[in-house]
Design a binder for this molecule. Structure first.
Ligand SMILES: NC(=O)c1ccc[n+]([C@@H]2O[C@H](COP(=O)([O-])OP(=O)(O)OC[C@H]3O[C@@H](n4cnc5c(N)ncnc54)[C@H](OP(=O)(O)O)[C@@H]3O)[C@@H](O)[C@H]2O)c1
Length: 278
């Protein structure tokens, strides 16, 4: 039986994929921070007669220690992970800079650092799978945002938009770095852009942006069930070891600054240093 771990698996795209995998007979661990959403997901799993294959892990992924405990919890529950899907995110486009108890800027911690820790932390379990894959869901190939190398925590020039976009670019570099750091890896590391998908994401935006985004989603966004179909195909038939980037069914060229290996290794080493000095 395949084992799939999905962060952000209690809502939106992650939840759509989690239910898909349950229907396909996999064992599915979903991670989210809200107990009610976890309970609701478990109830849906029960309704699919898949309750015995469904597990909810309540974790606040903004915390480095909690993410480390999650890695240990997965390690102690199984010896193989076939697919790791990274979807947890919460946009904070407005408002003041928020810092986690570890001292990291919120978007950096949740959207980038937790994905760094989970990909590297669960690598050994993934390497034991026949066709291991990590899918990091974000916006690869979108030419917005950049790394603020001299101030990754945005202490001097914070805005929520800058922080969110920097976390997207950091995830592109995370994927690029992965096969350089683990030269013998068998893991297919996929950076994936799902397009605009009608999830509950607007609920966390302030008004009037919330209403505008909801209206935009109603008109233009792809329903979750449709958006997860190409993701599931890619997860089941991954391209093979190394990093690739995709938008929907289209593979993207790995050109330019967002996919620069030197920048990717620079971020990897800076991150190692940040985590060890915490
Ligand atoms: N929707 C789109 O149009 C779109 C477009 C491009 C890229 N994406 C990417 O696709 C991914 C999924 O997006 P989505 O729209 O499906 O998101 P969503 O519906 O807002 O779901 C976000 C998930 O992340 C979890 N989460 C948030 N904060 C967390 C925390 N501190 N600890 C643990 N889990 C946390 C949420 O659970 P809790 O609420 O319980 O914490 C929820 O399960 C994201 O990476 C996003 O950037 C989405």
């Amino acid at each position: 039986m395949r084992t799939v771990v999905i962060t952000g698996g209690t809502d939106g795209i992650g939840k759509g994929l989690a239910l898909h995998h349950l229907r396909e007979g996999a064992r599915v661990f979903v991670v989210g921070s809200t107990p009610d959403k976890g309970e609701a997901w478990l109830a849906e799993a029960g309704a699919l007669s898949a309750g015995d294959r469904a597990r909810f892990l309540q974790v606040d992924l903004t915390s480095v220690d909690a993410t480390g405990e999650l890695v240990e919890a997965v390690r102690s529950s199984c010896s193989v992970v076939d697919q790791l899907v990274l979807c947890a995110q919460r946009y904070r486009l407005f408002g003041p800079r928020t810092v986690t108890p570890d001292g990291f800027e919120h978007s950096f911690a949740l959207s980038y650092l937790s994905r760094y820790a989970l990909g590297h932390g669960l690598r050994a379990l993934l390497e034991a799978a026949p066709r291991p894959v990590i899918m990091n869901v974000g916006t690869p190939g979108v030419p917005l945002g950049r790394m603020y190398w001299d101030d990754l925590q945005l202490t001097r020039r914070h805005s929520g938009t800058k922080a969110t976009l920097q976390s997207f670019r950091a995830n592109d570099l995370l994927g690029v770095a992965f096969p350089f750091v683990h030269a013998d890896t068998r893991i297919s590391y996929i950076g994936y852009h799902p397009g605009v998908v009608a999830t509950g994401k607007p609920a966390h935006l302030p008004q009037p942006l919330r209403a505008l985004t909801k209206a935009g989603f109603a008109l233009f966004a792809t329903p979750v069930a449709k958006a997860v179909a190409p993701m599931a195909r890619l997860l089941d038939e991954p391209p093979g070891p190394g990093f690739t980037a995709h938008r929907g069914s289209r593979q993207l060229p790995l050109k330019g600054q967002p996919f620069d290996p030197e920048a990717a290794l620079r971020l990897h080493h800076l991150t190692e240093d940040l985590v060890s000095r915490r």
